[in-house]
Design a protein around this ligand. Sequence first.
Ligand SMILES: Nc1ncnc2c1ncn2[C@@H]1O[C@H](COP(=O)(O)OP(=O)(O)OP(=O)(O)O)[C@@H](O)[C@H]1O
Ligand SMILES: [Mg+2]
Length: 231
Amino acid sequence: MSNDKLILEADSLHKSYRMGVAKVRVLKGVDLAVKKGEFVAIVGASGSGKSTLLHILGALDKPDKGVVKFEGRDLSRHSSSELNRFRNKMVGFVFQFYHLLDELSVLENVFLPVMAGKSVVGWFACRRWAKSRARGLLEQLGLSERAKHKPYQLSGGERQRVAIGRALMNEPRLLLADEPTGNLDSATGNGILEILEELNRLGQTIVMVTHDERIAQRAGRIVTLVDGKIA
Ligand SMILES: Nc1ncnc2c1ncn2[C@@H]1O[C@H](COP(=O)(O)OP(=O)(O)OP(=O)(O)O)[C@@H](O)[C@H]1O
Ligand SMILES: [Mg+2]
């Protein structure tokens, strides 16, 4: 396996949380390599550190020790503005509880990442394109009829599809999903997994976290987080 095929490399990640006087060691030397185009599931019991790991991989949090490399570059060497750009452009996040903004319409939620990455002038220059891309994503996700709705007017499965649209808006190199079906019944969750599978067939690299082995089976590769390490 040549190194240029790797999109993401985690090397000996450590992370602890301090709770008063006690220190909870969550990650104790996690190593992980993800190739471009892979669909990897990370499984582990509740509390095993899956979300902690995913947040570190997406630069939402920092490890105490260890290195995350994205396309060969060490994230700890990025300036804070480079990290903001990384989070906005390179990775897309999908969360269990959607994290949509209820004040905005479905369409606005989807194009928000483009708006957030631009100055007022920059946004003005690209807003027609952004809105049309967002409409295209909603169509692809079967949500064309919901563009003007507010998230609270949608079902859970619809909300998660909106969140996937938002995550894809900036054409991220990597999609990170934390229990994307965790709040859905199994038929609706299955629809979300089918979307992820289809995105992966089209070339999207995906890292998904779940405590459910059956859901993990849908990925191309499963790694297990036990006792702070990848087993
Ligand atoms: N900000 C924090 N402060 C203190 N402890 C934390 C913090 N975040 C996580 N932890 C602890 O770290 C451990 C791992 O948490 P994490 O959320 O990564 O687990 P998880 O595998 O995602 O669990 P779940 O499947 O329930 O989502 C837990 O014991 C948790 O209580
Ligand atoms: Mg979690």
